[in-house]
Design a binder for this molecule. Sequence first.
Ligand code: GCU
Length: 622
Amino acid sequence: MESKKLILGLVAGLLFGIHAMAGEDAPAPMIINIADRSSVSLDGQWKYLVDQYGIGYYNYRLMPQPDKDSFFADKSFDDDRTKLIEYSFDRGGEMRVPGDWNTQYEKLYYYEGKVWYRTKFDAAPSPEKRYFLYFGAVNHTAIVGLNGNKIARHEGGFTPFNVEVTGRLKEKDNSLVVLVDNTRDKDGIPTNNCDWWNYGGITRSVKLVEVPGTFIRDYAVLMDKAVVGKVRKNKPAKHRIYGYVNLDGSAAAGQEVSISVPELKLSVKAVADDNGHAVFESVAAPQLWSPDSPKLYDVEISSAQDKTRDKVGFRIIETAGDKILLNGKEIFLRGISVHEESTTPVGRITSASQNRELLDYAKELGCNFVRLAHYPHNEDIVRQAEEMGLLVWSEIPVYWTISWNNPDTYANARQQLEEMVTRDINRANIIIWSVANETPISPERTRFLAGLISRAREMDSTRLVSAAMEKVAVSKNHYTVDDPLLEYTDLISFNQYTGWYGSKSEQCDNTYWEFPVLKPVFISEFGAGALYGNHGPKTERFTEEYMADCYERNIRMMVERMPGFAGTSPWILKDFRSPRRALNGIQDDYNRKGVLSEDGHRKQAWYVLRDWYMDLKARNNE
Ligand code: GCU
């Protein structure tokens, strides 16, 4: 009897296992420019249930349960108290979407694990339309269920995804249940070791998106750097304007699409191939986008059943020797690094005004550049930066000690890279895609990153591609970057903490640099920590005086003794939460390298950086 039960149990486990995977397919291909689509917001107060042991997903043998027995069924004890139903979303607490759970409830401040979210919504589906659930981001893994059935799974805490729900919607009370899990995973992207707070939750907006049966899913409108024809005095030069449009739907093949930029008198048509992919090219003479003149053009893309409008800028970013050229002119990147964390309250950013606050600080510093670290930030901050004339470094969280030999880890990193590029390929202000931060050198790591760099270039040949590498000592006071990745990157971009990690500030005064290749040198991080309001001798760590002195000496060192120095994004705009910062009374869960305190107070180092940038700006007549 026992062996028969065992075999039955194994077969059931296999079936359930297969069954469980069935509802966890990858999301649909990404729809871009969501803000321009017809949609209903599902933001607001959702019900939530904390589920440390995954009881809403697994049975007591840790096998995935059928949907009907899982929390995706969205039943309630109060439906029928004669039955044993040991959960009820209606009896759950309220959780704001978008938003991290850590800062909504004291009991969830340190929580890492599973949390169930549930909202209900009405719909009025039209038979000729298609419907998608759009999530701006869910950290870190999401399993989405609608009306009792699991329908998709997404991994990656900082990129959008959308799930098709055409034919699954009811007029009333659609039950949307999302299982969110922010448990760190050594094989994940990021891995289980990073210097920022693991804010869990549905951290960006959720929408129900309505599109025609065959619709414009994604597109790119780009400009070739080569000039076409003669350059006319005091007139913008002509360039090839080219790109693609991807249609999605049964009528996509052979369908005609139109791309127009009225202000440029550009109007071109193209025909989609059997995969719905249409490529186009034309010629125009756009006013080029730049920090001083962030010119954007209205672009309209239309097909038989669909039309979408976007604002696109045109610019050329390239390197020449150890110079970075924007629109053919040398540019020095006056940057600052930024985490996606608001000031008041301190938590994952959830609004346009919080984005704007960080970008206004960057402008006040005299920046023309922001490094949005260490993961793709929300789409709005990129678009606002584009309107404000702030160049952007955008990166995926391939951070520190990644599982380089794990094919699933590589596939995850590649997926997040593709999502980042697909979403933002039309943002003129993004000039650098970064594939990694401070990763230990090994043949496996270099192969992993070279693959990502190649994929980035395959998707987009109009931007620089790099990574934040690390310095190495050649001898005492003599440093370089000796990294095989330099063969693949457009920049010698690296983090260096002279004066903070492993040395005192005066070390800057007799440190000099040389580099093995002739490429622009970009210091993607430098800095020191200080608690705002903590004053003392500049030899004492965590005083504002120490931090300001360290900034002064680093700036002098980079300007005077760093050949090819083409810009920097000091670490970091504002103090931010990190589980690695435990010094009571000074850090208290905060990394204190911000030139601003966590709630926006300016430290002495703020003024050191601002004065340097403002002087550079004045000398460049900007
Ligand atoms: C590293 C890392 C950052 C980190 C910083 C620090 O360079 O890239 O994410 O916060 O150092 O130690 O403060």
